[in-house]
Design a protein around this ligand. Structure first.
Ligand code: MRU
Length: 365
């Protein structure tokens, strides 16, 4: 996608120089800063500090993290250590373990001498695949938006939560991919963007949409039910960090409340899901998906830009106030109108998921 008319991806590599580059998302929307990743530690830190975030991008960054580790030591021990360190960075998005398992299997099959080139090639392949999957999700989601536009004959109101745009992937995004394609196809849209406290990923969504010229309005999280109840929303479209075999959806905290409100008011609730986000080994999302518990400082403090343009952090709560800060929640499959995958739009249930991805199924827990 474009930033001030220059094409960018959220991550890219200079393979010859053994470096990857990412956009530091902790500084957006106020500052656009590109950071190099030159070591395994850099990749680990970028994921932990959420300089990169979003399930697909976390997976691809980890793949480059393995490549960076191999560049300094291509031994089997170093490979195992890199995979373990990266796997421990964030627990919820399953794309991370998918990417790491793929790197591990591919590299273990190579002699140490071939692992440096092999690792960079595999990381590049994962990045290209992510882009292809998201583009296909965009095409399938576009059909849904076109049908809504034909039915209503006016601008389509889409509510989204968190950031499932190109910043959360290598390019295009998952939930936002259909919106970009629809906008480019001349389908008028109004996107209602939930702020997504406490990390405010909605502000990244607003920034992306503004860069692409898609009309949008940011709302506080608590306003989503109000707009859904007033008939202002035609479709809710979100991404996912992990989808279970039976179609339960784990996504950014607050997604569940939007799904409940959408169901109550008869508004379709769709989830964009590239196949690396499906965890075939898990059936019951509530019981078996690890939910990241994040630092309470995210609630107690807020960072922004002051009138002089300087970044500043203020305290909202005494440091001693007890807080709980779960990063994700699980929306049971029954509240999901459909999953938009790279192979098409299906109902959120085991029969449709396994029929669409017959090679990937494994026994569930
Ligand atoms: O904590 P984050 O910002 O990594 O969480 C991101 C989300 O929950 C996204 O909605 C999800 O990863 C889908 S992104 C294509």
């Amino acid at each position: 996608m474009r930033v001030d008319n220059t094409p960018y991806r959220s991550i890219w590599a200079d393979v010859a120089a053994r470096q990857a580059f990412v956009i530091d998302q902790t500084l957006l929307p106020h500052r656009f800063v590109v950071r190099p990743l030159q070591s395994l530690t850099d990749a680990e830190e970028a994921i932990r500090a959420m300089r990169v975030r979003g399930a697909p991008l976390i997976g691809v960054t980890a793949a480059y993290g393995v490549a960076l580790a191999m560049a300094s030591d291509p031994s089997e021990a170093a490979l195992e250590q890199a995979v373990n360190r990266l796997a421990a960075t964030r627990p919820t998005a399953v794309n991370l373990s998918h990417a790491l398992e793929r790197m591990r299997t591919r590299l273990l099959a190579l002699p140490a001498a071939g692992r440096i080139a092999g690792a960079w090639a595999e990381a590049e392949r994962l990045a290209e695949e992510d882009l292809r999957l998201n583009r296909a999700i965009g095409e399938h989601g576009l059909v849904l938006l076109r049908v809504l536009h034909q039915r209503f004959g006016r601008s389509i109101n889409v509510l989204t939560h968190c950031n499932a745009g190109w910043l959360a992937t290598v390019d295009y995004g998952t939930a936002l991919a259909p919106l970009y394609l629809a906008h480019d196809a001349g389908i008028p849209l109004q996107v209602w963007v939930c702020e997504t406290r406490p990390r405010n990923q909605g502000l990244l969504t607003a920034w992306e949409l503004q860069q692409h010229g898609v009309p949008h309005t940011v709302i506080v999280d608590n306003a989503a039910g109000h707009f859904i109840a007033r008939g202002k929303i035609d479709i809710v479209l979100v991404g996912a960090d992990r989808v279970t075999r039976r179609g339960d959806v784990c996504n950014k905290i607050g997604t569940y409340l939007r799904a409940l409100a959408a169901r109550h008011h008869g508004v379709p609730f769709y989830v964009a899901v590239p196949s690396p986000t499906i965890d075939w080994a898990v059936d019951d999302g509530m019981a078996h998906i690890p939910i990241e518990e994040r630092d309470g400082a995210e609630l107690r403090r807020m960072t922004g830009v002051d009138a002089a343009g300087a970044t500043s952090t203020v305290s909202l709560l005494p440091e001693t106030t007890p807080v709980a800060n779960p990063g994700f929640d699980v929306t049971p499959a029954e509240f999901v109108s459909g999953l938009i995958t790279e192979r098409g739009v299906i109902a959120a249930n085991e029969a449709e998921l396994t029929a669409l991805f017959p090679q990937s199924c494994a026994p569930a827990k």
